[in-house]
Design a protein around this ligand. Structure first.
Ligand SMILES: Nc1ncnc2c1ncn2[C@@H]1O[C@H](COP(=O)(O)OP(=O)(O)OP(=O)(O)O)[C@@H](O)[C@H]1O
Length: 377
């Protein structure tokens, strides 16, 4: 059992403010993902929760009990870091067994054997048990480190990019495994990543952090469909979301937004909110998968541009289209044959557009928001 609470936690390293007044409550048995760019403060937050870094202000509580002065070893926290420190002179078996042989959590050898085999078969490393870490690949070592963390039954798992060194296929597999194992963990997990797919697929909730501050705490769907601001919208999704500064223009008996040099329709529910705010400009965000393209001019809703670049990313490609001075990112199939600079036509799916305040960059609304995120706003 561990409900974790951070109250106004601030951590400074000399002149770096790594965590700035963090307030966060993570529920018992929750799989909570901390997601943000490099240097955001993710690792620092894990270290403060583990007690291996001391914060200067605020409180860390487990189940309502203040942990500020509790030693790391007495917090019953298990950690896996990206730079897994395995004991080099011990076999994989002994490495995985080591937490169960520590003076604090000593178990019988019979029990240890059972646990090591349970975890190593779960991790697909049973054939490595007699090897030394240097006889394993990076990915295998990472799985050993993960296995070593899983043999304990801690109150809290802290995982810092534990899949970072795995190749794409293994990463996908382990992600699914971890998600499945989550039920069995019977512990609260805080998982750090800067991979948005990992964040969306694993987290019960995701905390987006930047420059030591929590920007949004929400489910994966909420983060994807109603990001708190443009920063979050850009962080989630590939290619990066397109954001256009658009004028709101009165057009007959309604209003439209000027986008890609053409007037585009605004959904009625969105328009109502925009008009209440009395704005002249709005930032319109459209993800690459919500833009259609055609090599021939379709109906009037298509905008003309030229092919700027086409770059494969795995099973799809990112097509960049230049419209006037704007570069617009969209998704295309890998077998698309186009010449650079050739004419191309694109169409925005305005039903999926997101609207942000131009000045503050805060999220305003989008069409059908309640049904998309399953909650009423
Ligand atoms: N021991 C330290 N001494 C000084 N500054 C530090 C120390 N550890 C971290 N920092 C700084 O604190 C800030 C937050 O670092 P942190 O490692 O928590 O970020 P992160 O989000 O985990 O980044 P990454 O994804 O790159 O690991 C950064 O500016 C970093 O340079």
């Amino acid at each position: 059992m561990a409900n974790i609470r951070l109250k106004n936690v601030t951590k400074n390293y000399k002149n770096v403010n790594a965590l700035n007044q963090i307030n966060l409550e993570i529920k018992d048995k929750e799989f909570f993902v901390l997601f943000g760019p490099a240097g955001a403060g993710k690792t620092t937050m894990l270290k403060v929760i583990a007690g291996i870094e001391l914060h200067q202000m605020g409180d860390v509580e487990f189940d309502g009990k203040n942990m500020n002065l509790v030693e790391p070893a007495d917090r019953n926290v298990s950690m896996v870091f990206e730079n897994y420190a395995l004991y080099p002179h011990m076999t994989v078996y002994d490495n995985i067994a080591s937490p169960m042989r520590s003076p604090l959590y000593k178990e019988k050898e019979e029990y240890i054997k059972k646990e090591v085999h349970r975890v190593s078969s779960m991790m697909g490393i049973d054939h490595l048990l007699d090897r030394l870490p240097r006889q394993c690949s990076n990915g295998q070592r990472q799985r050993v480190a993960l296995g070593r963390a899983l043999v304990r039954k801690p109150r809290v798992f802290l995982m810092d990019e534990p899949l970072a060194h795995l190749d794409a296929k293994l990463k996908n597999l382990m992600r699914t495994e971890l998600k499945g194992m989550q039920q069995e963990f019977d512990a609260t997990t805080i998982y750090v990543t800067h991979d948005y797919l990992e964040a969306l697929s694993l987290g019960d909730r995701i905390g987006i952090i930047n420059e030591g501050q929590l920007i949004q705490i929400a489910t994966g769907d909420e983060v994807y469909y109603s990001p708190a601001n443009e920063f979050v919208a850009k962080l989630v999704g590939e290619p990066e979301i397109n954001i256009f500064k658009s004028e709101i223009v009165k057009c007959d008996d309604t209003y439209k937004v000027l986008l890609g040099g053409e007037l585009q329709p605004v959904e009625e529910d969105v328009l109502k909110v925009l008009l209440e705010k009395d704005l002249d400009y709005v930032d319109v965000g459209i993800r690459g998968n919500n833009i259609e393209f055609s090599l021939e001019k379709g109906d009037d809703s298509f905008v003309e541009g030229s092919v700027y670049s086409l770059e494969p990313i795995g099973n799809k490609s990112i097509l960049i289209v230049k419209v006037e001075e704007e570069l617009i990112r969209l998704i295309a199939p890998n077998d698309l044959q186009v010449e650079l600079d050739s004419k191309i036509f694109i169409k925005f799916d305005m039903k999926n557009a997101m609207y942000f305040e131009h000045k503050s960059k805060e999220f305003i609304t989008r069409h059908n928001i309640e049904s998309l995120i399953g909650v009423s706003k």
